[in-house]
Design a protein around this ligand. Structure first.
Ligand code: OGA
Ligand code: NI
Length: 341
């Protein structure tokens, strides 16, 4: 059965067959732990060396952290959340105008992850947009709700500033020049996924998003302020990253893992569902320019004593992205395909 949008407003009492995972591949929610020492970083701090050190520890240990005092205004965030809820609350025929299951098309409203490649579907609808350069893409964004374009433009601009700030900190935390990432990643693209997970009749049997790593450079996630769902894999065990309304969740994507020569990890994460409340999350992805050549930063291996070498071979982001979307989500880490011999 072909998957279709699930943000219908109707509540089912049993999970349709095409969402049911085999026994060996279920979330086992009772085995998920709380992460007590999840890094919370105040990026407005003026003690730069300490801040850089915190970033280093967070990226090396978890590949994930939360930031507060991030410079994105509360009004911008609140408006973004409101317009996203309004969007998914629109009637089905209005939403279907944007529906596509072709992953190369943007903008698109779609469901699950990659419905043409996967065997079991996921309990998620999502709207995917290109957000940079805004002037190039804004005309193709949804015109309903009427405030959508204005609100999302403002949000995207502020998020981009935050992204650059964090890329600088990450560069410094690897002992590289402050603008290393910015230079190597070229004219960075910016994509957005507005994820909507309706209440699910049987959360133990399915995922909102199955385990995956993000294929881009850096992800800036606005989690639902109250509804839990994000989990990350640390030392083989799943941990919940509970929401903090004033924070963004930041994670290292595959490209920063490659640039850091594997010092920083693009960590497996997933989203699970619940029976009670819809959950909204807004992921902004900073993406290398398609022609950017990704290779492990030389200073991280060249001068090392033992026979250190780059873990990954050089490739362009375009090559990587094509590979990523040709797969199913829960296969091997996509970077495994780009290891040096
Ligand atoms: C993603 C993602 C997690 C979430 O969109 O890549 O990991 O909590 N989302 O929705
Ligand atoms: Ni992700």
């Amino acid at each position: 059965m072909a998957a279709k949008l699930i943000s219908t407003g109707f509540r089912l009492t049993t999970l349709p067959e095409n969402y049911v995972r085999p026994l060996s591949d279920r979330p086992r929610l009772s085995e998920v732990s709380q992460l007590e020492d999840f890094p919370l970083i105040d990026i407005s701090a003026t003690d730069r060396p300490r801040l850089v050190q915190q970033i280093h520890q967070a990226c090396a240990r978890f590949g994930f952290f939360q930031v507060i005092n991030h410079g994105v205004s509360k009004a911008t965030i609140d408006e973004m959340v409101t317009v996203a809820h309004e969007f998914f609350g629109m009637p089905m025929d209005e939403k279907m105008k944007l529906y596509s299951d072709d992953p190369t098309k943007t903008p698109r409203l779609s469901t699950s992850f990659n419905v043409k490649e996967e065997e079991v579907n996921n309990w998620r609808d999502y709207l995917r947009l290109h957000c940079y350069p805004i002037d190039k893409y804004v005309h193709e964004w949804p015109s309903n709700p009427p405030s959508f374009k204005e609100v999302v433009s403002k949000y995207s601009r502020e998020i981009r500033e935050l992204g650059f700030k964090i890329e600088e900190l990450i560069s410094e935390s690897l002992g590289l020049e402050k603008d290393y990432m910015k230079k190597v990643l070229g004219e960075q693209g910016q994509h957005m996924a507005v994820n909507y997970y309706p209440p699910c009749p049987e959360p133990e049997l399915t995922y909102g998003l199955p385990a995956h790593t993000d294929p881009n450079a850096l992800t800036i996630l606005l989690q639902d302020a109250t509804v839990c769902g994000l989990q990350i894999l640390i030392d083989g065990h799943w941990f919940a990253v509970n929401p903090r309304p004033d924070a963004f969740v930041i994670n290292i994507g595959d490209q920063l893992q490659a640039l850091s020569n594997g010092v920083y990890k693009s960590v497996w994460h997933r989203a699970v569902t619940n029976t009670e409340n819809p959950r909204l999350s807004i992921a902004s992805f900073m993406c290398p320019d398609n022609g950017a050549v990704i290779s492990p930063a030389k200073p991280l291996w060249e001068a090392k004593e033992e026979e250190a070498k780059p873990v990954y071979r050089d490739y362009t982001y375009a090559e990587y992205y094509k590979k990523f979307w040709s797969r199913n989500l829960d296969q091997e880490h996509c970077l495994e395909n780009f290891l040096n011999d």
